[in-house]
Design a protein around this ligand. Sequence first.
Ligand SMILES: *Cc1c(COP(=O)(O)O)cnc(C)c1O
Length: 410
Amino acid sequence: MSFVKGLKCRECGRTYPIEAIYVCEFCFASLEVDYDYDALKKAVTRSQIESGPKSIWRYRALLPIDGEPTVGLHSGFTPFVRADRLAKTLGVRELYVKDDSVCHPTWSFKDRVVAVALSKAKELGFDTVACASTGNLANSVAAHGARSGLKRYIFIPSDLERAKILGTLVYAPILIMVRGTYDEVNRLCGEIAARHRWAFVNVNIRPYYAEGSKTVGFEIAEQLGWRTPGHVVCCAASGSLLTKIWKGFKEFEKLGLIEKTKTKIHCAQPQGCSPISEMILSGSDVLKPVKPKTIAKSLAIGNPADGYYARDAVKESGGTAEIASDDEIREGIQLLARTEGIFTETAGGVTVAVAKKLIEQGKISKNESIVLAITGNGLKTQDAIESSLAAPLVIDPHLSSFEDKVLTAT
Ligand SMILES: *Cc1c(COP(=O)(O)O)cnc(C)c1O
């Protein structure tokens, strides 16, 4: 049973049937899935969700597939960690990490969106999937597509981290490296999607794909005991995840599963690619696209598709934005690792660094609950921090060498 009514234009509200389409023919804005919230309100309860599988599919009523999911059965329901040691370092009372760097088949939150996108692509009858990716999406589409027997075309910019290239190739998709930025790769994919009947997860399947990100918001609220925190800090590339965490909170509120949310959601971006944060900080109504230059390659989208919607979510919630330099990103990664034992990638470093800044600036109150959305795993971006780590101690296999070199140095 599905509660989906159809697709709806995010600007003019015109409605469309459930197909592999993504832009409104009249105003060219993007399309979004529309649900029957009255029916949902009668059908969805806390206990019904709690008795569901420990994955994103416990929220299936609020996801846009018709039948049973066929892909990504283990995506989601990642750890929600109380981070007291990091809290102490930052001088705050109640801090949590929503840890999407672990428990996922390809170690990032993209396994949520891909689970929904590929389940939908199969329902729509596609035998070929494709994507434009900054790295993690490539890993996830390659892996989940392999398991579901789909032909896969994966497009990436040619300057990605080794681990993200290798972590795609191992699943044997057709990997195409494009000499250009992600924004150029994405534009090319739009052109290809117009000519070939392939399910491009972040182009013509994007309305369904993006809904998968709501589950981060759902899980935060459920794991916090059916309430939402004072603050969420979330990193942004296209701005979709941030927008959908907010949408997730609002949907839970609409269904009476939580009280009216008072969460302030804050946008974290890296210096060298911060068009959404810049727009929020300057109060401008126009997003200025940039040519990305940052070590946070998973966030290197210079012309973000959901930039305005992310800005709107931040504004509506009363949140703000900040920007982290490459050095601050490295420090953020190491701070989370040494206080909480969580090794995140550069995107997570951006989130930690921005949270630290907003706390220091007093924009996040020290007495309110704070959740950091940690989205990917650090083993994929080792290149970024290698040079800033302390070297190991090297000794000979003798007690004297140990006593000499280790005991005197520590
Ligand atoms: C893709 C990605 C993001 C940002 O996602 P958007 O929805 O495009 O803003 C954040 N973190 C990681 C690790 C990612 O791979």
